[in-house]
Design a protein around this ligand. Structure first.
Ligand code: A2H
Length: 253
């Protein structure tokens, strides 16, 4: 962990009822998978959420109505940021693993897809953010490669318990235009760099840097309320709108 805290936008993806049997203690509450992002302006292009199959998660009481699903580590940080029913103490109502979360239908804020599903990603770190990541394959090389691998390998899907209908209908959605990489920057950079799998860590880190420069500093929003605006200018407006609508909170670690 760094000395300088990193501020993230925590995106609240509501689990669409009915809740599975294991979630019985949460009946009547609003249950959210929460994902830490540095790119709130990309939320229009969400195609799914990512969880680590063998990861440990919990359902934590944020207040009387809301439950956040995250790692215990994130829940403790949240509790010190006034996001826990009991101040400075997380209350876990159900212990879960990533496998319990795979296939949950979610309502993701701003997303053009009305329903997206929670899917497995093996490269998720449990000591960063909430251990849950929202997937935007148009602008994130990690998301693009993980989605591509799952889509192109039926046996891999079957092994991880992923049903075709949770993934096959979901394609890359152009949301930001960049002079250098066009409107599907992550796909373009992964193809240009001949990245073949989500495990090529060094190449993916390089791809991320390229896109961040091209997308953030020179990109233009193609969709949403701020279409036509530069990403640099739209970013905070979109973040603030999400927060005002109760669809996101600020989270630091
Ligand atoms: B970003 P930094 Cl479109 N494990 O959100 C792995 N990755 C994680 C994570 C975890 N536990 N928690 C968050 N992340 C991802 C959007 C996005 C992101 C786009 C483009 C680039 C990008 C959609 N996914 O990140 O190490 C989240 O993915 C590029 C770095 O704190 C989060 O933002 O810099 C980002 O990593 C935070 O990474």
């Amino acid at each position: 962990e760094g000395v300088i805290p990193q501020e993230y936008t925590l995106i609240k993806m509501e689990v669409i009822p009915p809740l599975p049997p294991k979630f019985r203690p949460l009946e009547g509450r609003k249950v959210y998978l929460v994902a830490a992002t540095l790119r709130p302006e990309t939320m229009y292009g969400q195609t799914n959420a990512w969880v680590l199959p063998e990861g440990k998660y919990g359902a934590f009481e944020i207040n009387e109505t809301d439950i956040f699903i995250s790692t215990g580590r994130a829940a403790l940080n949240l509790a010190y940021q006034k996001l826990s029913r009991v101040p400075e103490k997380p209350t876990c109502l159900v212990e879960l693993t990533g496998n319990d979360l795979i296939g949950l239908p979610l309502r993701a804020p701003l997303a053009f897809n009305e329903t997206v599903y929670s899917l497995p990603m093996l490269s998720i770190l449990t000591d960063k953010g909430t251990g849950i990541v929202t997937s935007v394959p148009s602008d994130s090389p990690d998301d693009f490669m993980s989605l591509y691998e799952l889509k192109s390998k039926p046996a891999f899907r079957a092994k991880l318990g992923v049903k075709d209908e949770w993934i096959l209908p979901f394609d890359v959605i152009p949301i930001i235009d960049t002079p250098e990489f066009g409107d599907k920057a992550a796909e373009k950079v992964c193809l240009d760099m001949k990245i073949k799998s989500p495990n090529e860590r060094e190449k993916l880190d390089e791809a991320k840097k390229k896109i961040y420069k091209g997308g953030f500093y020179e990109g233009t929003m193609l969709v949403g309320e701020y279409a036509g605006m530069r990403v640099q200018d739209a970013k905070n407006l979109i973040k603030n709108r999400l927060i005002e609508h109760g669809e996101a909170v600020i989270y630091s670690e």
